[in-house]
Design a protein around this ligand. Sequence first.
Ligand SMILES: [Zn+2]
Length: 203
Amino acid sequence: MGGARPGQDVMTVSAAQRGEHGVMDDRRKVIIVVDLLVGFCRRGALASPRLDSVTPRVAAYLERERVAGAELVFLVDTHAPDDPEFAMFPPHCVEGSGEDEVVPELRDLAARGHVVRKRHFSGFHDTRLDEVLRALRPDVVEVVGVCTDICVLHTVAGLRDRGYAVVVRRDMVETYDAPGHDAEEQGRFALAHMRDILGAHVT
Ligand SMILES: [Zn+2]
C-alpha cells in the first residue's frame, strides 16, 4: 500500500519524487528530445542559430529533470545519402556525416538515456520508440526540441494516438525561418494544433 519497503533508500526516493517546485510527484516522466542535432543546430544545409537557441535551456532542464528521476529519450534524424526525404529538403543528417549526432552539450545526457534513430517526421515511423515507451510506461511524456511544426508535431500526434498524456514546453521548442516558412507563424500554428486538436498540454 505504498509504504517504503524495508531497506529502501529514503534519500533516493525523495529526490526521485520531488517535482519541479518541491512538491512530491511520483508520476513516471519521460522527456523526448527531438532532433537537437549537429545537422539542425551547428552545420549543414538545415542548421540554424534559431533552432540552436533552445539548446542551453533544454540542457539545463534535462540535467535537473534527470536528477529528479525523468527518463530521457533522444530522437536522432538519420538518413541514407539517397533518402526520399531529400526530394523535399536538402540533404541533411546523413548517417556517419556527424550531422546525425546530438549536439555536444547533450551528449553525456544522451549516453545515459535512450537514443532512437528515425528517418521520418514522426519518431514512431519505422523506429523502436513505441517499444522504448512501452518498457518505460510513462504517466506523462514531455516533448522538447525541433522543429515545432514538423518532427515535434508529428511525434506529438503519434503520442496522442497511443493515448499518452503529453506536455509541450513552448520555450523549449523552435522552428526555422525560410522563404515561405515564417518561423513565428508556423510555430504558432503548430502549438495551437497540438493544444486544441491533439489535446497536448502546451505550457
Ligand atoms: Zn530529416
